[in-house]
Ligand binder design. Structure first.
Ligand code: SF4
Length: 284
């Protein structure tokens, strides 16, 4: 084990350029604290992101990382994990990056149970491009691209993750660092696809009051809540009044890597389709 156990050991030399007061500072803090708690060796950790304010995370963490292209963080992360199964691969994304252009990848990566941790920093707006309506912008909220208010109902990322059989589904708030840190730790420790919707206010395009508004409507899931009960997870995820915080659902299932290993084992048992055998077919 390396000496990297202080949160400062995961901080890169770059200073964040987010707007003062942005919720993403809290997320970054939670990430540093979680990595330190887990004593994750930086060279065994990798952050992959797409495009957006949230996607700056790989630049601010002293681990492996790749700030990739819009909406495509998940297939890149899946490739990194497949080639390096011992790496902890964490995806930093936003509501626009993950639930709009990247929504197809999100759904199917969840369904495959790829062993990844997805941190969706959800501020309900496209912040980097200066305030357009995103998939999670509230109904009737006025944005740069919806002058008379958003005419659509927002998507529900938790319900989407549940519908596509994600095996770890949680919600946190960047204004509650202790809970956020604990949940990131649990998400990274989970073997399989872990999804965290992190409510993270964009103070510039959603308003500074977002922190106080969210504090009022984000209670912890009730005592005795059973994260194995998927129907209960849907019920609390769809609550129109409150944005409950906690682990909504968790189950242990074979990961994508396990499934590939099983297929490779079956093929090998039949005496064909080994990797070497397949490559031999392409020899000149
Ligand atoms: Fe944060 Fe919004 Fe500024 Fe982006 S535009 S850095 S999300 S406050």
């Amino acid at each position: 084990m390396s000496e990297a156990v202080r949160w400062q050991d995961y901080k890169s030399h770059l200073n964040p350029i987010w707007c003062p007061g942005c919720g993403h500072f809290g997320v970054l803090n939670g990430i540093y604290q979680a990595l330190a708690k887990l004593r994750k060796e930086p060279h065994r950790t990798c952050f992959i992101s797409g495009i957006g304010c949230s996607s700056r995370i790989p630049g601010y963490t002293k681990t492996y990382g790749f700030n990739s292209i819009h909406g495509r963080a998940l297939p890149i992360a899946e490739g990194v994990k497949s080639a390096n199964p011992d790496l902890s691969v964490i995806v930093a994304t936003g509501d626009g990056d993950c639930a709009a252009i990247g929504a197809g990848h999100f759904a199917h990566t969840a369904k495959r149970n790829s062993d990844l941790t997805v941190l969706m920093m959800d501020n309900g707006i496209y912040g980097l491009t200066k305030g357009q309506t995103s998939p999670t912008t509230p109904h009737e909220f006025k944005t740069k691209s919806s002058y008379f208010g958003n005419p659509e109902n927002p998507a529900n990322p938790l319900a989407l993750a549940l519908a596509y059989n994600a095996t770890f589904v949680a919600r946190c708030f960047s204004g509650n660092i202790q809970h956020l840190t604990e949940t990131i730790v649990a998400g990274i420790q989970h073997r399989g696809f872990s999804f965290l919707q992190i409510l993270s206010p964009c103070v510039t395009y959603r308003g500074r009051e977002q922190f106080s508004i969210l504090r009022e409507i984000t209670p912890p899931l009730p005592e005795g809540y059973d994260p194995k009960d998927k129907l209960a997870a849907y019920k609390y995820a769809e609550d129109p009044e409150k944005l409950w915080l906690g682990i909504f659902y968790e189950s242990q299932e074979p990961t994508l890597g396990d499934k590939f290993d099983a297929i490779a084992g079956k093929a090998a048992a039949k005496g064909k389709a080994t990797l070497d055998g397949l490559l031999d077919r392409f020899q000149m």
